[in-house]
Write a protein that binds this ligand. Structure first.
Ligand SMILES: *[C@@H]1O[C@H](CO)[C@@H](O)[C@H](O)[C@H]1NC(C)=O
Ligand SMILES: *[C@@H]1O[C@H](CO)[C@@H](O)[C@H](O)[C@H]1NC(C)=O
Ligand SMILES: *[C@@H]1O[C@H](CO)[C@@H](O)[C@H](O)[C@H]1NC(C)=O
Length: 434
C-alpha cells in the first residue's frame, strides 16, 4: 500500500513542472493521543520502586513504547494522569510532574508520535509526505504546519491552545497570502468545531478556507463509554486496555468525547446490565455505579460545550470511513460489570460511530459556506490517514482550492493590468492635449 502511494506521488511529481503554486496553507490538528508529550519529574512519591522520582531533563512521555511495557506502565500512568479539582473545575498534572507539548508550528511531532520515528507510530506522516512530494509542492513548517495540543484536556481547558492556533492561522495567512485549511483527525473535529464556533464569521471569512475532516468524531463515540467501563486503547496502540483505563478516566477529553444526547436518544441503551440500563440521559447513575465522581463532574463541565453551537461556518470536507464493526452497546451478564462486557456493534470506522461522523455533513443545511462529504467503505479510523484513496482525495481537495486561488490571482492580475492600462490611456490623452 505504501509503495503504491509512493509510486503515485513520484508519477505526479514528474508530470508537472516544479513551480510554486498558490496552495492554501494547511494546519494539522490531531486527535486524542495524536500529539507528543514530554515530562520532567520531581515527585514527592512514586507508585513503585522501579519508577523514577526525579529527572534532570525532559523525557518522552507520549509516545514512548518502552514506558508502556508491563512493570513500567504503572509509573507511566502516575506521570500521565490528571488530577481534578472539583472547586476550580480544572485539572492539573499529578504532583511533581511537569509536562509540555513539543513542536507547535512544526509538523514533525504530529507526523510521528514516537520521536524515534519507528513504524507503526507514524501519524500524519503519509498525508504530509503526499502533500510535499506531489505536484502541490507543500513545504514542511512553512505551508504545512502542525498544531499539537495536550489531548488529555477538553476545549474548556484549551484557552491558550486556541489563542496560539488563532495566531498561527493569521500568521500563515499573512505569510502565504491565501486562506488556511485545517486538516484534522478524530477529536480534532469537535476541537475545531468548538474553536470556530467561538470566532466571528468575519474572521473566518477572512482567514479560513475550510476544514478537511478525516474521521472526525463530531458527535462523540460509544467507545468513550467503553473506556470508562471496560477500558479501551482507542484504536491507537496495542496496549492492554484495562491497564491504561485509570489514566484515561482522568482525562477531561474523554468526558468530552462521550456520545452526544443529540445523536443518542434517551431510549437508546448504551450499557445494559441485569438490574439497570444506561443511556445518555442517566450518565450520572453510570458514573455512580463506576464510583467515578470526578469523571461525572468532568462530564458536567464538558457536556454543553457544543450544545446548540453554531455550525463551523467554513467550507467543510468530511472524509469518513464506514463498514467496520464499531461498538454501539455494552451488554453485561450478572457479575461482569464493568470489566467484561459483551459488545454489540453498529456501523462506523471501528472507533467513531457512523452517526457521529455524519454530523460533519449535516452542517450543509445550517451554514452558508459549502459542505462536501466523502464516505469510504470499509475504512478504519486510523487507516484513513494512510490509505491511497483517502490521501488522493485530500490532494484533490487541496488541488481544487489551489486552482481556485490561481483563478483569483489571474483575475486580480488582469484587473490590475486593466487599471494600469486605463491610467496609461488617460495619461496619453493628457499628453496628447498638451
Ligand atoms: C469534591 O470532591 C471531594 C472528594 O472526592 C468530595 O468529598 C466533595 O464533596 C466534592 N465537592 C464538591 C463541591 O463536589
Ligand atoms: C434494558 O434494555 C433491554 C433492551 O435494550 C430490555 O430488554 C431490558 O428489559 C432493560 N432492562 C432494564 C432493567 O430496564
Ligand atoms: C474537484 O473539482 C472537480 C471539478 O470541479 C470536481 O468534480 C471534484 O469533485 C472536486 N474534488 C473534490 C475532492 O472536491
Amino acid at each position: 500500500m505504501r509503495l503504491l502511494v509512493l509510486l503515485l506521488l513520484v508519477w505526479q511529481a514528474l508530470g508537472e513542472v516544479n513551480k510554486p503554486r498558490p496552495v492554501p496553507p494547511v494546519i494539522l490538528v490531531p486527535g486524542d493521543g495524536g500529539s507528543q508529550m514530554e515530562a520532567k519529574l520531581d515527585k514527592p512519591a512514586v507508585v513503585h520502586y522501579v519508577c523514577a522520582k526525579k529527572t534532570d531533563s525532559w523525557f518522552d512521555l507520549w509516545l514512548n513504547m518502552e514506558s508502556l511495557i508491563p512493570g513500567f506502565i504503572d509509573c507511566w500512568i502516575d506521570n500521565m494522569r490528571l488530577v481534578y479539582d472539583n472547586t476550580t473545575r480544572t485539572t492539573k498534572n499529578s504532583p511533581g510532574v511537569m509536562t509540555r507539548v513539543p513542536g507547535f508550528g512544526s509538523t514533525s511531532t504530529v507526523e510521528w508520535l514516537d520521536p524515534s520515528h519507528h513504524y507503526p507510530t507514524s501519524y500524519f506522516y503519509d498525508v504530509v509526505e503526499a502533500m510535499v512530494t506531489g505536484s502541490l509542492g507543500y513545504v514542511r513548517d512553512f505551508t504545512v504546519r502542525g498544531a499539537p495540543y495536550d489531548f488529555r484536556k477538553a476545549p474548556n481547558e484549551q484557552q491558550n491552545y486556541f489563542k496560539a492556533l488563532k495566531h498561527m492561522t493569521e500568521s500563515m495567512y499573512n505569510a502565504v497570502g491565501y486562506r488556511v485549511v485545517y486538516l484534522l483527525h478524530s477529536m480534532g473535529g469537535p476541537m475545531i468545531w468548538y474553536f470556530l464556533a467561538n470566532q466571528p464569521q468575519s474572521w473566518k471569512d477572512k482567514y479560513v478556507e475550510g476544514v478537511i475532516s478525516m474521521a472526525g468524531a463530531w458527535g462523540g463515540s460509544v467507545k468513550a463509554v467503553k473506556v470508562y467501563t471496560a477500558g479501551d486503547n482507542l484504536g491507537i496502540y496495542l496496549i492492554n486496555p484495562r491497564s491504561i483505563r485509570e489514566e484515561q478516566r482522568s482525562a477531561t477529553s474523554l468526558a468530552f468525547l462521550l456520545p452526544s444526547p443529540d445523536l443518542w436518544k434517551e431510549d437508546e441503551v448504551l450499557v445494559q446490565t441485569p438490574k439497570k440500563n444506561y443511556t445518555t440521559s442517566n450518565f450520572k447513575d453510570l458514573f455512580e455505579a463506576l464510583n467515578l465522581p470526578d469523571a461525572y463532574d468532568m462530564y458536567l463541565d464538558t457536556k454543553n460545550l457544543l450544545k446548540d453551537a453554531p455550525p463551523p461556518g467554513v467550507d467543510l470536507y468530511c472524509l469518513y470511513g464506514h463498514g467496520i464493526y464499531t461498538v454501539d452497546k455494552l451488554v453485561y451478564q450478572e457479575g461482569n460489570f464493568p470489566d467484561k462486557p459483551e459488545l454489540s456493534y453498529g456501523d462506523g470506522d471501528g472507533t467513531v460511530n457512523l452517526r457521529s461522523a455524519k454530523v460533519c455533513e449535516s452542517f450543509a443545511s445550517k451554514q452558508r459556506r459549502k459542505v462536501h462529504a466523502k464516505a469510504f467503505p470499509v475504512m478504519e479510523h486510523m487507516a484513513i490517514l494512510k490509505d491511497v484513496d483517502s490521501i488522493l482525495y485530500v490532494l484533490e481537495t487541496l488541488t481544487n482550492i489551489t486552482e481556485k486561488n490561481e483563478e483569483a490571482a489571474a483575475k486580480a492580475l488582469a484587473e490590475e493590468r486593466e487599471k494600469n492600462m486605463q491610467c496609461e490611456t488617460s495619461e496619453n490623452l493628457l499628453k496628447g492635449k498638451q
